[in-house]
Design a protein around this ligand. Structure first.
Ligand code: SF4
Length: 502
């Protein structure tokens, strides 16, 4: 039987995988079915990149778009691009090129006075090494297709931009930086990477590559589910406060339990708390510190949690790119240990700048005296501080609420309490299952964490079906309510432990 020659064609994304790991490249090309499914958060990142890319096109209006109708029709894009280039067309979007089987699509190609300029758009605030690698591949292919690029730019989001008025000023929102010098310096590396990738793709069996830190950096690999099968739930991955390289080394040396972490690694209070709790199979408690902390919290108390989203492109006046915009809060109030919890929920309809109503609603809901318990006050304090700047007439009340805030994360952050069932996780979601008396569980609700809530709400900004909107808002309320009910359960548990007789 004759052996068929391999198709060693590469795309930019497969080459980038190849630079990270030969096996990832091979699996991507020949065993695509083993690729891990795309998570909701990854999909959101792609969608955000796409939206930012479309908006950046308006920096160079009037271009011809060569986007193919689907992933299998790139030949059509290459031909369309070639025709436009031959005609010296002034602006081409998604310009596609292929050289020696390597396919790339450039976001914007501009012809000015007979000279060509390449622009790649990134929905982030700064230029990373991986972005430079990305555009270096494009430069390599375009140049080898016979187009002399006068300059090469990365367009990225300007973090200092503040939206004034109703519409975004794209010339202020984006920063355009020339990277030609860096890109030219990387050309030899790209050539070497292509040669290596080609030899990998000409193999007839999956190359053997040991798992390691490279599986997670610079990108989490798409084939973790294949290569780390059986290990993905290894609790050592969950150890908080340890280096990834150390965790991998422990796993490879056959350690499967936190209690077996070698002594020489027990250097930080964070790791010590976890290992001791797992060795003794009971909570690690610094009782004096915990007692002292809990004695400073007295009824009545509020349990408070905010959810926020962070649009790359500002949508409300006086906001900047990626600013955390509050859209929801949950509040539970307990007058005393015996009184029932009073609940207040607030959620903004999507696409409305509801920040003042959010603020006044919260200020009214917290008028009665009482400490406001929050799990990690960073977001809540930051948002109230921002709202105070935006609406100075409420500054006094905001200051009062911030002063009344107590961070219930403190005992966990300072390692005064760690339960072995937390499995290295320090969120409300991780702590709740450790409380035997609590019937609360995130398993019973659709939205499971804050990042998920943010992604789901951002999607609503583009949703028009009111049934979907209302259902999603209900799910978000369920999630945020769970956070503050969970906070109450954690508070009661810490109080019980602090008052326990030894
Ligand atoms: S999981 Fe690691 S070893 Fe496996 S393909 Fe990905 S990077 Fe390579």
């Amino acid at each position: 039987m004759s052996i068929q020659p391999r198709n060693t064609n590469l795309s930019k994304s497969s080459l980038i995988r190849g630079i990270q790991c030969s096996k990832a490249l091979y699996l991507y090309k020949y065993h695509y079915d083993q690729k891990d499914p795309v998570s909701r958060q990854q999909q959101d990142k792609f969608d955000r990149g796409h939206q930012v890319g479309i908006l950046a096109q308006s920096l160079f209006p009037g271009g011809k778009d060569c986007t193919p109708p689907n992933h299998f029709s790139y030949q059509q894009s290459i031909q369309a691009t070639s025709a436009l280039v031959s005609a010296n067309y002034p602006v081409i979007y998604e310009a596609a090129f292929k050289h020696e089987g390597i396919l790339v699509a450039l976001d914007i190609l501009v012809n000015q006075n007979g000279k060509w300029y390449a622009y790649e758009v990134k929905s982030s605030l700064k230029i990373s090494k991986t972005y430079l690698q990305d555009i270096s591949i494009q430069y390599y292919v375009i140049k080898n297709c016979g187009i002399q690029l006068e300059d090469v730019f990365i367009i990225h989001v300007n973090g200092d931009y503040v939206l004034k008025g109703q519409s975004v000023d794209v010339h202020q929102l984006f920063k355009i930086e020339s990277v030609k010098e860096q890109v030219e310096a990387l050309q030899l590396d790209i050539q070497n990477a292509i040669n290596k990738a080609r030899s990998v793709l000409s193999l007839y069996s999956i190359p053997e590559v040991e798992t390691g830190v490279h599986c997670f950096k610079p990108y989490p690999c798409d084939f973790l589910g294949t290569c780390w099968k059986g290990q993905e739930k290894n609790p050592l991955f969950q150890v908080a406060g340890a280096q990834l390289a150390d965790k991998i080394q422990w796993i490879k040396s056959g350690i499967n339990d936190m209690k077996d972490i070698p002594k020489e690694y027990l250097t930080s209070s964070r790791i010590i708390a976890q290992v001791e709790a797992h060795r003794n199979q009971k909570p690690y408690i610094k009782r004096e510190e915990l007692k002292q902390f809990m004695s400073n919290i007295q009824y009545p108390v509020y349990f408070f949690d905010i959810e926020a989203f962070q649009p790359a492109i500002p949508i409300f006046e006086e906001t900047y790119p990626f600013q955390a915009i509050p859209f929801q809060y949950s509040l539970h109030y307990a007058y005393s240990a015996d009184s029932p919890l009073e609940e207040i929920e607030f959620i903004s309809p999507p696409n409305i700048d509801d920040r003042e109503r959010f603020l006044t609603h919260f200020l009214k809901a917290t008028e009665k005296p009482g400490q406001i318990l929050v799990f990690n006050t960073l977001l809540e304090k930051g948002i109230l501080f921002q709202l105070g700047k935006l609406y100075p007439k409420y500054a006094k009340s905001i200051k009062d609420r911030i002063q009344r805030m107590v961070d219930l994360e403190t005992p966990f952050k300072k390692d005064w309490y760690y339960h072995p069932k937390m499995n290295g996780g320090y969120s409300v979601k991780n702590i709740l299952p450790t409380i035997e008396q609590s019937p609360l569980s995130y398993d019973d609700i659709k939205i499971k964490d804050g990042v998920d809530a943010m992604v789901v709400y951002q999607k609503l900004l583009r949703e028009t079906d009111t049934t979907v909107i209302n259902k999603t808002l209900e799910e978000l309320i369920d999630y945020c309510r769970m956070d503050t009910l969970g906070l109450n359960a954690i508070f009661l548990e810490l109080r019980r432990i602090a008052n326990e007789d030894l």
